[in-house]
Write a protein that binds this ligand. Structure first.
Ligand code: COI
Length: 355
């Protein structure tokens, strides 16, 4: 395994004092991890250095053709003061799947988990401790060849930055309002939908902006071919509870394979719920709603955690779910997922990695 060189800052920043109002992704810690890739040499020069600007050429390929992938995970501080990570190897494995899709050289999963642990150990005092807060970790890789030509690059930078965060949605755990998108599409099978790459989020901005202008938090994407089957919400996967089934769209190449999604399926299954991964159309959801069979809807994501959905707007139809209240199962999932993450309940699933 490569050595990670460490150069600590001589000018540590003041840490946020009001950790009940951190917002999301606006403050960055003192250090970052960097590593370079050069064709012929592989990944090299792993280092943790003071957080700051990265020098790159205006011709860097990532700026022109979007060859970039990223991840998101969180470090938590338990009541006994330990810093822990939630399934970090899953993020690094998914990063490699994204890499593969857009021709970025693979990383060594075990080494990158060690890099995360080392960085979090150094930034431990940046992990906020107020209820609902954590240190969001953003690993990302981008192409830096100074070349204007469309082909896979030969030089990359891998970086990890850290941000103390609160809830992603300003409304916290209160149910969010979601707009069912009918004009724009996010991804199609064979495209980039399953990869965590900047392009997917760029493609979502216009719809997100229009939804926000109508006071909706995010959009619910329908499939790009028939414009009928449910895919995912802007920054989270989505689940519907209809009768006694907990349904989430199956992963068929156009949906992000969320790690919180996977963990929710495993937890709900371990409690004996009937969780089904399958195609589900917006018509089926609307019909279940009309018949009083749509009991709950929630999103899952690292940033969003478990986010109840209180309203779905599809054309002129407004579906108010569970009276805009947090459903019983959404609440149970939130309590248990965050309970494991914050070390309040035993990690019987083996998901926690101590730093
Ligand atoms: C995450 O949930 O970690 C994400 O990456 C979603 C987002 C903030 C873009």
């Amino acid at each position: 395994m490569q050595e990670i060189k460490i150069c600590l800052t001589k000018n540590p920043k003041a840490k946020p004092t009001d950790t009940n109002n951190l917002g999301f992704g606006k403050i960055f810690s003192d250090h970052m991890f960097l590593m370079n890739y050069d064709k012929g040499q592989g990944w090299h020069d792993a280092r943790i250095i003071p957080y700051g600007p990265i020098l790159m050429e205006p011709s860097s390929m990532c700026l022109h053709y979007g060859q970039e992938v990223f991840e998101g995970l969180k470090a938590y501080k338990t009541a006994s003061g330990k810093a822990v990570l939630f399934r970090p190897e899953k993020n690094m494995e998914r990063l490699n799947n994204s890499n593969e899709r857009i021709c970025i050289p693979k990383i060594d999963v075990d080494f990158c988990v060690e890099a995360l642990k080392k960085l979090v150990e150094i930034e431990k005092d940046w992990i906020p401790e107020s209820e609902g807060t954590s240190l969001y970790l953003r690993p990302f890789i981008f192409a830096v060849d100074p070349v204007i030509g469309v082909h896979p690059a030969s030089h990359y930078i891998f970086c990890i930055i850290c941000s103390p965060v609160g809830a992603y949605y300003p409304s916290g755990l209160d149910p969010v309002k979601i707009y069912v998108e009918q004009n724009y599409v996010r991804a199609v099978r064979g495209g980039l939908g399953f990869a965590k790459t900047a392009a997917n989020y760029a493609a979502s901005l216009k719809a997100q902006d229009e939804a926000e202008s109508q006071s909706y938090a995010q959009v619910l994407w329908l499939d790009g071919v028939e414009r009928k089957y449910i895919e995912e919400v802007g920054t989270m996967n989505v689940f519907f509870i209809i009768d006694d089934e907990i349904i989430t769209p199956a992963l068929q190449g156009s949906i992000l394979p969320g790690i919180t999604r996977m963990s929710a399926i495993e937890l709900l299954g371990s409690w004996g719920y009937n969780v089904v991964e399958r195609r589900i159309s917006i018509d089926e959801v609307a019909q279940a709603y009309d018949e009083g069979r749509l009991k709950e809807c929630f999103g899952t994501g690292t940033a969003a955690v478990i986010s109840p959905v209180g309203e779905l707007k599809w054309g002129d139809k407004k579906m108010i779910i569970n009276n805009m209240q947090i459903g019983e199962i959404s609440q149970k999932l939130y309590d248990n997922m965050t309970g494991i993450q914050w070390g309040k309940i035993p990690d019987t699933m083996g998901w926690i990695t101590e730093v």
